[in-house]
Design a protein around this ligand. Structure first.
Ligand code: PQ2
Ligand code: NAD
Length: 213
């Protein structure tokens, strides 16, 4: 069984070996993490070149050597040469986390299909059984959780912080945080009526505050 976690990899050294389609897919997943990204590969596809214009990553134009992973925290091996992927596995240290794109059995982790909407992250894994199914489920959920969720999550984050700061009583907090999930807040966010949405939230907050005295 795999253990699902959300990792903070800011400033961690992530080394991606290989510069093809799979490397590109993994780099997209690493977007916004603020990790130190290094790509080791004699070639990279045009999509990665384009991606590097908007994202921070260092490309070292060479074939893999063990020294390339010495400082790595996380290693993502995506070459099309199984002998190289095997060599990477042999040289990685016990404490380093390795993903072998052609060999989940010997990997320390696998990557799920992911929908990102601001801070909302919906990840789907089949435990390696069917990456295509993970992708299909993702496509289906993308319709339900569209781009508008980005603003909505931002509002929930903002409102929750206010609730946590201003309401000391745990059960009242929980009540308010549940009330915040009422669809009117989502609908007003989608309609762009931020003023009305915030007013309703403030009224709710005052009401609950009244109950706590
Ligand atoms: C979800 C996604 C995320 C991502 O890549 O970030 C992802 N694979 C995706 C697509 C995809 N991969 C493959 C196909 C072709 C169809 C097929 O073979 O089924 C397609 C479909 C396509 O491309 O359309 C081939 C494939 N994949 C793996 C192997 C090796 C093996 O199974 O032994 C082979 C055979 C290689 C060969 O033939 O040699 C292994 C893995 N792929 C995983 C993740 C991990 C398990 C995730 C899970 O289910 O939990 C795992 C274990 C390790 C890892 O890579 O993390 C991404 C969709 C993202 C998106 O579009 O949103
Ligand atoms: N996990 C997944 O989701 C998934 C999906 C499809 C394929 N795969 C596996 O991943 C492998 C890569 O797939 P791809 O489509 O990206 O292949 P690709 O041929 O597009 O890219 C391979 C890359 O590896 C580089 N490379 C080759 N030898 C190297 C070495 N010694 N050192 C550094 N870089 C080297 C090449 O220059 C190239 O950039 C496939 O062989 C397949 O087994 C995994």
């Amino acid at each position: 069984m795999y253990y699902p976690i959300m990792m903070n990899i800011k400033d961690k050294n992530v080394v991606v070996i290989g510069g093809g389609r799979v490397a590109y897919q993994k780099l997209i997943g690493l977007e916004g993490t603020e990790a130190n990204l290094t790509i080791i590969s004699p070639t990279i596809i045009p999509e990665i070149k384009e991606w590097m214009k908007h994202n921070n990553a260092k490309w070292i134009e060479k074939t893999f050597e063990p020294i390339d992973i010495e400082q790595a925290n996380i290693i993502i091996a995506t070459t099309n040469d199984s002998a190289t992927n095997h060599e990477i596995r042999i040289h990685k240290k016990e404490h380093q986390l390795l993903l072998l794109a052609d060999n989940p059995k010997d990997s320390d982790f696998i990557t799920p299909a992911t929908i990102k909407r601001g801070k909302l992250n919906i990840s789907i894994s089949t435990g390696g059984a069917s990456p295509s199914l993970a992708k299909k489920i993702k496509k289906d959920l993308e319709q339900q959780f569209d781009e508008k969720f980005e603003d909505y999550i931002e509002f929930l984050d903002y409102a929750r912080h206010i609730v946590l700061n201003q309401i000391a009583d745990r059960s009242l907090r929980k009540k308010l945080l549940t009330q915040l999930l009422d669809s009117k807040f989502y609908n007003l966010t989608v309609e762009g009526d931020v003023i009305k949405r915030n007013e309703i939230f403030k009224e709710m907050l005052q009401q609950v505050k009244g109950q706590s005295f």
